[in-house]
Design a protein around this ligand. Structure first.
Ligand code: CA
Length: 225
């Protein structure tokens, strides 16, 4: 049986996660503070750790750093707060494998968990990637939104792939041009912006106020999925 350690101090969220993951067939244990989490993660022989950042005792970053320093290889999925942009990158730098942003949907969380478990088992990483209402299937070259297929041009698909692989990091227009159009392109920054606007219309709940494909003035774009 696949064992998951859920580290979360808010009882409502922890119980919700326990219910949901138990129904999915996982065996779940809850730790409500950083010190217990750190101990149980080492003793408990878990297949995956869901780790909240804001915790009493030791925060999720400290727990993550400590576990990785101690040589623990168990996949860690961090639960980060939407308002704290820096948390995502920081978690990854400290050795977390992935993150989901609160509030998250159960479908998204389940998909991320399955993807991490597959990766840990050495299976290919081409599994569909989910964010919000969107599911991207790289193997089949398809994107679905609320379960319905959405047409993407090959360039849009390439751009989205670049963003997903660099989640949480800023990509300059130059880098995007090189990655999607190729190093010898004559395309301009304006073309990048146009394609991103079009991509936003297909993936953003409110394209005028993008939540996933963020523009950082003077720097480029960042995907916060
Ligand atoms: Ca918390």
């Amino acid at each position: 049986m696949t064992r998951i350690l859920v580290v979360e101090d808010e009882p409502g969220i922890a119980l919700g996660l326990e219910d949901d993951l138990t129904m999915e067939g996982y065996q779940v244990e809850i730790a409500a503070d950083g010190v217990t989490a750190s101990r149980r993660a080492r003793e408990g022989n878990f297949d995956l750790i869901l780790l909240d950042v804001m915790l009493p005792g030791k925060d999720g970053f400290e727990v993550c750093r400590e576990l990785r320093r101690g040589g623990l290889r168990t996949p860690i999925l961090m639960l980060t707060a939407k308002t704290q942009e820096a948390e995502k990158v920081m978690g990854l730098e400290l050795g977390a494998d992935d993150y989901v942003t609160k509030p998250f949907g159960t479908r998204e969380l389940r998909a991320r968990i399955r993807a991490l478990l597959r990766r840990a088992a050495g299976e290919p990483e081409n599994a569909p990637f989910c964010f919000g209402e969107v599911e991207v299937d790289f193997e089949r070259g398809e994107l679905r939104r609320q379960g319905r297929p959405v047409d993407l041009t090959p360039l849009e698909f390439k751009l989205l792939g670049l963003f997903i692989r660099s989640r949480g990091r800023v990509l300059s227009r130059e880098r995007l041009l090189e990655g999607a159009w190729g190093a010898d392109t004559f395309a301009s920054d304006r073309i990048v912006d146009n394609h991103i606007a079009s991509l936003r219309r297909k993936i953003e709940p409110d394209p005028a106020n993008p939540r996933y494909l963020r523009n950082l003035r003077g720097l480029g774009y960042r995907f916060d999925g």
